[in-house]
Design a protein around this ligand. Sequence first.
Ligand SMILES: *Cc1c(COP(=O)(O)O)cnc(C)c1O
Length: 455
Amino acid sequence: MENNTRFLLNESDLPKFWYNIAADSPVPPTPVLHPGTMEPVTPDFLSVLFPMDLIMQEISTERYIEIPEEVREVYKLYRPTPLLRARRLEKALDTPAHIYYKYEGVSPSGSHKPNTAIAQAYYNKIAGTKALTTETGAGQWGSSLAFACSVFDMELEIYMVKVSYHQKPYRRNLMEVYGATVYASPTDRTNYGRSVLAENADNQGSLGIAISEAVEAAATSNGAKKYSLGSVLNHVLLHQTVIGEEALKQMDLANEYPDVVIGCAGGGSNFAGIAFPFLRENLKNGKRARLVAVEPTATPSLTKGVYTFDYGDTAKMAPIVKMHTLGHDFMPPGIHAGGLRYHGMAPSVSALVDAGHIDAVAVKQRETFEAAIQFANAEGIVPAPESAHAIRAAINEAMDAKAKGEKRVILFNLSGNGNFDMAAYENYLNGKLEDFEYPAEAVQEAMKKLPQVSF
Ligand SMILES: *Cc1c(COP(=O)(O)O)cnc(C)c1O
């Protein structure tokens, strides 16, 4: 087995439980606050947006939560996903490091996102929800939830950031193939969308605005629609831990254990998915893998943001949570092509970074695409631009190991493929992408608009 390139599990190895970091996290959970009263939210407030099973998972401290059989059946369409050793990349880098990657791009929508989309659609279905609303930026979340809703025969209404809606027609078409309805946000369908358009009819949208529209659409539906979020929340990160649980077994097959585990971080879900099971091994079983979250220098919530309470969305309708934030009205620079655009970071990841259990690094755009192209030429897979941030960091680790003459075992999460993202590659290849470092002053300025809370 050790000489293999691919380390594969059987269907019977598909995890039966998600791992809940809240059971073992050395940092206590921080309260989730109502955006109006600034007091801790009640399940009643959350139940306008989410079914009770997901709310209970959100606040659970149970270590393992059973994956329903109906969800495992759908997972079997693409899970367990493969773990590969990047032998050809190692050779190209001439490094003594061993590089492994967990490949989530084999899912129907091409990323890790169906891991939670399927679970969320299922829990909504059994709670009697008829329709879901959500937002999507680049389109990966929208297409994942569209697939999941088609499986469970539910309607889906998607607010897609306007600039992506026009730049990425094929992603939109994919959501429509799965039966979803897609609107370019800001729309004139919601009060918030109308207010944004009244101020600037040409507003090209942002993730924060699209979230506000999707939340409003659910909250004003008299219970007919619920809202679904693709990252950040505890229950989303929980569902993604199937990645790390499988990877632990697969590293066993390879007869190695990672010195460093790497994931790109937008809202934190694919990173947590691969890293939290390894963090459990650090905390409880004496292992010492370094865990590294990688973000773009253009949207550096972990490395330049402030760890504080902030709104989850631009319109201040979503709950207030304590997280690393760039400010809730953050607009990513237009030049940035690599996704990972959310202004904040999952509270659990933020707290663990703050306490020093997780490292965070930021990488620049052009070196990220350079790594993506090096990876594509060595391993064949064109990575999602988001995932390329993890590849950049993995290659940096491998080169550092080479400089120090160390055999280092590196594991990274290849969270998705880039088959729908060729426009970003076209821009890179035509020299249109520039590096951008989000200015610290802009973060300072945004902090003046934080909610005034007493926690
Ligand atoms: C959405 C997405 C991400 C970023 O989201 P996280 O919640 O941080 O994982 C990363 N990679 C891919 C391929 C994605 O689709």
